[in-house]
Design a protein around this ligand. Structure first.
Ligand code: HEM
Length: 194
């Protein structure tokens, strides 16, 4: 804000774009990555138990959440540069195209058992961060944040559990972000000996 208001270094448009980047691209995404991670693990206790036994799987676990229930369902808007036919649908030059990454990430032609949540999945070339020239700039940071949050939460909370019945959880209605309004959990600290 100071760079825009006081120093005149950023125009109004650049300032809005920077705030969007920090709050939406950089914050909302990872918040919901972590939320969707915790929910997927709580809904699949066998996978949570596996992660507790083998914490080195945290990287693969985050990749699997990105594929199975990533926080960004669609790529940024694209516009057709020429008329074309996609899967029988006519797209005219200039038309907007919304690519649903979440659908591609459940494609049975690409993933074995796409609806299965498997943190040890070996071949996981998901598209949760997009593809090509606009591939997510913050992908490595987001991965790191997800892994640190997950590892810390699982290590510090041996009795991590949902605090409400699953049917009480409400998903946000958003084209941009896939995530819950809130995820109430019970965090029981480990017992200290002595
Ligand atoms: C789990 C977290 C995140 C996910 C799933 C995610 C996903 C995406 C997706 C799908 C795109 C569009 C790719 C395309 O249209 O081809 C994108 C673009 C972008 N993301 Fe992320 N993102 C995440 C976190 C972040 C973070 C933490 C930052 C910054 C600190 C960030 C910065 C950006 C930027 C700047 C772009 C635009 C790149 C461009 O248009 O060239 N993202 N992200």
């Amino acid at each position: 804000m100071a760079a825009g208001d006081e120093d005149g270094l950023l125009s109004e448009d650049e300032l809005v774009a920077m705030i969007f980047l920090l709050l939406i691209a950089g914050h909302e995404t990872t918040v919901n990555l972590i939320g969707n991670c915790v929910l997927a693990l709580l809904r699949h206790p066998d996978q949570l138990a596996l992660l507790r036994r083998r914490p080195e799987l945290r990287g693969a676990a985050v990749e699997e959440v990105l594929r199975y229930d990533g926080p960004v369902e669609m790529a940024t808007w694209r516009f057709a540069t020429e008329s074309l036919d996609i899967g029988g649908t006519r797209v005219a030059a200039g038309d907007p195209v919304l690519v649903v990454l979440a659908a591609a990430d459940r494609d049975p032609r690409r993933f074995v058992g796409p609806d299965r949540f498997d943190i040890a999945r070996a071949n996981n070339p998901h598209l949760a961060f997009g593809h090509g020239i606009h591939y997510c700039l913050g992908a490595q940071l987001a991965r790191l944040e997800g892994q640190i949050a997950l590892e810390t939460l699982v290590r510090r909370s041996p009795s991590l559990a949902l605090a409400v019945p699953p049917h009480r959880l409400r998903w946000r209605h958003s084209l941009t972000i896939r995530g819950l309004h809130e995820l109430p959990v019970i965090l029981t600290p480990p017992r200290r000996s002595g």
